[in-house]
Ligand binder design. Structure first.
Ligand code: KG4
Length: 338
């Protein structure tokens, strides 16, 4: 079964063709990051307008690179939630048009479920159940993945997502957007104990997280140094920040896996590219004798192959949408209401 998948939830326009869930025939991604960099973050209106400009061409290219004709497509999968509403609507409307024109089924996909599915593409042997930490620019959640389309959230952030926190800390340190990778590079060689940054705990919710206090602490340290004219140990601050984020994520995830008796831990989303977090997970899983799966860098960020993969499993579970399909800025991963 050949699925054309479309992803436009934030600042990447992406189209891919995926066969039978796990075989990626093509995977086209066009990032708009450069266009948003001068503003220090994604400008939703600019994102929507640029998705409109390229989505059709990108989809054509994905079909061509897959070595197919449009008649060789069996279904269209599209990210319909969560994300920037205007940006999502571009992909959803394109997908609706394509499904109507080709007279094939339309499958709505939850973006974070897609991030988790990136691991199915990278690791043919991986199958649910497992515990997954989904960490991206807009979402941070510890997810119990019982089956391909049966999952529930054990804990999530109460405020900023981990990626958002990386981007904001990077911005105050004078680094370009998106800030995750530049901050990671700055942290290399820095002393991760140079600063004692806050670790938030949410009373009564051991798996929930909060990153706004950490973000504010970094902002205050930078501003105080500027006001006093002090030389700031920027590499030390970046390294301490990464340690704080990792210490908020890794032990909680491991504890959740232990609680559910899972021997497999999966990490997904753009922040899964982070070297420090990957290394800490490797060490923790080795110590606890658990299998660890983290996608290759290419599949960590937003792409459409992961949407085509998840779309296949949603299709098998009976998911279909009609021309009334809408896009949703927010939606729970465990309660799809397309
Ligand atoms: O998954 P993604 O491409 O988009 C969303 O679905 O949100 O994630 C983007 C996020 C950005 O916040 C970016 O700064 C972060 O992933 N990121 C990283 C790294 N590479 C990307 N964060 C930390 N370390 C990295 N190496």
């Amino acid at each position: 079964m050949n699925i054309l998948a479309i992803e436009s939830s934030c600042d990447e326009t992406a189209a891919a063709v995926v066969r039978d869930g796990r075989q990626v025939l093509s995977n086209e991604v066009l990032s708009q990051a450069d266009m948003h960099a001068i503003y220090g973050g994604v400008v939703p209106e600019i994102a929507s307008r640029n998705h409109i400009k390229v989505v059709s061409r990108l989809a054509e290219e994905a079909v061509k690179k897959a070595g197919l004709e449009k008649s060789g497509l069996d279904a269209i999968a599209v990210t319909a939630a969560p994300g920037l509403i205007g940006a999502l609507l571009v992909g959803v409307n394109f997908a609706k048009g394509a499904a109507l024109a080709l007279d094939i089924p339309l499958i709505p996909v939850h973006h974070v479920r897609g991030h988790i599915a990136a691991n199915f593409i990278a690791f043919p042997e991986l199958e649910p159940p497992f515990l997954c930490l989904a960490i991206s620019g807009g979402n941070t959640a510890i997810v119990d993945v019982r089956d391909y389309t049966d999952m529930s959230i054990l804990g999530s952030t109460h405020d900023d997502a981990a990626g958002e926190c990386f981007d904001k800390a990077a911005r105050v340190l004078g680094l370009p957007y998106p800030g995750g990778l530049p901050l990671q590079n700055l942290a290399e060689g820095g002393d991760d104990r140079a600063f004692d940054l806050p670790h938030a705990k949410i009373e009564g919710h051991p798996f929930d997280m909060s990153f706004s206090g950490l973000k504010t602490a970094v902002v205050n340290i930078v501003h105080t140094a500027e006001q006093r004219g002090d030389t700031l140990d920027r590499a030390g601050l970046a390294a301490s920040f990464q340690r704080a984020v990792s210490e908020a994520l890794v032990p909680r995830t491991m504890e959740a896996a232990d609680m559910l008796g899972y021997g497999t831990v999966v990490v997904a989303g753009g922040v899964a590219a982070n070297k420090r977090i990957r290394a800490d997970f490797e060490a923790a899983c080795k110590e606890k004798n658990k299998r660890l799966f983290v996608p290759p860098l290419k599949l960590c960020g937003d792409n459409a192959a992961m949407i085509g993969c998840q779309g296949y499993y949603e299709y098998l579970a009976g998911a279909r949408a009609g021309q009334e399909l809408n896009a949703y800025a927010t939606m729970d991963i465990d309660n799809l209401t397309f």
